[in-house]
Write a protein of this length. Structure first.
Length: 195
């Protein structure tokens, strides 16, 4: 099912693609994606269910007067898309590779009205929009605090293990010898010449 190029927002699975804005969101959270992979995704989604040849992608996305390693650029863009979508070439859910031909977008796609889109935060209010609530990503301060607490926790466990080891070592260590007892020797070998 091909989507009209005029569609502003397209939904597939947990993702929404705002073609004009060049934004990909998952559950309302924006996913960073470079310009080239975004353009490849837009073409594939626009022609969902159809095979898009590598040559078509080259004509649409790489001008003739630009000299680049097209194969490397396209392969890298497809890999970045798969990483962003949590997809794989071996068991695709979104982008199917057609060997030596091109690619096909295989997930069901639907055009969405702009007001149905779930965004991270509402404009100007700082609250969440209607619909599904998206979780805010942890702030850098929280990430740093978590790392600090992790380091403190690992250090505390290491110190406690060292203290326990030292205590056990000292407890079972042999006491120093303060005296020596000399006992008579007895011939236990049975040899008469040894005493």
């Amino acid at each position: 099912m091909a989507i009209s190029p005029a569609a502003e927002v397209v939904r597939f699975g947990l993702f929404e693609l705002a073609v004009k804005d060049g934004e990909l969101r998952k559950n309302g959270m924006k996913i960073r994606l470079g310009q080239q992979p975004m353009q490849v995704l837009a073409v594939l989604v626009e022609r969902a269910g159809e095979v898009v040849t590598r040559e078509e992608l080259q004509r649409k996305l790489w001008p003739e007067d630009v000299f680049v390693d097209f194969d490397h650029g396209l392969n890298k863009s497809i890999q970045k898309l798969r990483d962003a979508l949590g997809d794989s070439a071996e068991s695709p859910r979104y982008i199917e590779t057609i060997p030596r031909t091109g690619y096909r977008f295989i997930a069901p796609v639907q055009a969405v009205a702009r007001d149905e889109v779930v965004v991270e935060k509402s404009e100007g209010q700082g609250g969440f929009s209607e619909g599904v609530r998206a979780q805010e990503p942890p702030s850098p301060v929280l990430k740093r605090r978590w790392r600090v607490w992790a380091v403190v926790g690992v250090s505390a466990v290491t110190i406690a293990a060292g203290a326990i080891w030292l205590a056990a070592r000292n407890r079972f260590a042999s006491a120093p010898i303060h005296s020596l007892a000399v006992l008579p020797l007895e011939n236990l070998s049975g040899d008469p010449y040894r005493s």
